[in-house]
Write a protein that binds this ligand. Sequence first.
Ligand code: FE
Length: 254
Amino acid sequence: MIDLHCHLLPGVDDGSKSMDISLKLANDAVGDGIDYALLTPHHMNGVYLNHKKGVIQQTQEFQVELDRHKIPLKVFPGQEVRINGDLLTALDQDDILFADESGRYLMLEFPDDDVPSYTSNMVYELMQREIIPVIVHPERNTKIMKQPNLLYELLSRGCLSQITAGSYVGIFGKKVEKFSEHLIESGQVYIFASDAHDLPGRKYEMTNAFKKLKKEFGLEYVSHFNENAKKIINGDDIMPNDFSEIKMHWFGLF
Ligand code: FE
């Protein structure tokens, strides 16, 4: 499996605090069936800055350690970029890492409780530059949970979405789990990722999530999600899902 979102780089954000922990998490990743991991430290979220050059170098150093410890995980440099007013400048300064080498897919995060009012304009600007935002964990955004049409509109304009595997198997509670199911059911999800951190109660849930996906939605969804992850990391075209708005009666759940 390919994991396009994790916090495995040591000492750079709220993820792994040391190389030992990073190696342990990498072992967990391999144990959960992951072969390739895009390392996505937080960037420009108001707390952490992880500049492109630094991430590339740290990723190479981490790969050396992985190889030395014979952990069969191939890592790639990335960033989880928080939407912010300086994003276009950062792009102009070549300080942004994408999910793919060709600079097409951007792992874009919103604040936990908001979809800023300038999001629409920012997405327009990104699209003008032929950048496709992959909205990370919309299922845990409290504003999107209350107004799912916010995500629907972004997807309608060509954005993609990534659900955290753990959300779908219930580690963030029933509400997030149910909302994840509704998003998948309405075609509003493109990939799973681990968003692995070194936190109590957080473990790799990719295998579990895919097991559940197969049971609830069938093998087709499993291959579709896996194929999408591969296409994103390779910078290939992704066909938009045939998605629909979340039905009104589901609003009652929140
Ligand atoms: Fe993250």
